[in-house]
Write a protein that binds this ligand. Sequence first.
Ligand code: NI
Length: 156
Amino acid sequence: MALRKIVEVGDPILRKKSRPVEKFDERLHTLLDDMRETMYEQNGVGLAAVQVGVLRRVVVMDCSTDKSGYLELINPEIIETEGEQCEQEGCLSLPGKTGITKRPAEVKVKALDRNGNWCVYKGTELKARCFCHEIDHLDGILFTDRLKPAIETDLG
Ligand code: NI
């Protein structure tokens, strides 16, 4: 395993759409292992492959405080949402920036695991926000695109 460098805002790759994963091979497993290590090292709760410069629909997440909530999402899709929440959000690619975004209160996601099997995950609170934030990355969307208007003005 190896740490990967996090791409920061200003790099045009963050605005690109990631392509679906088609091969569930050693190369994907290495990417996932590296992303996991990099996310924990940076104290992040989620990381999308584009943030390490790889335009594939791959996400790792862990919204727990004790590394017990580790998830790998390949080609993830939001299949159900309910309610809304407005909470503070940040991103490893936008160091030092936070803002309030509106997200669903509950999110259901389907995604492939590292062996190509479909799984369904549910989340509320931070986990729901994280699902939305990371899946947005796969479509070139950053949390700053979803800020509530008053906060947007503050950031300039
Ligand atoms: Ni992010």
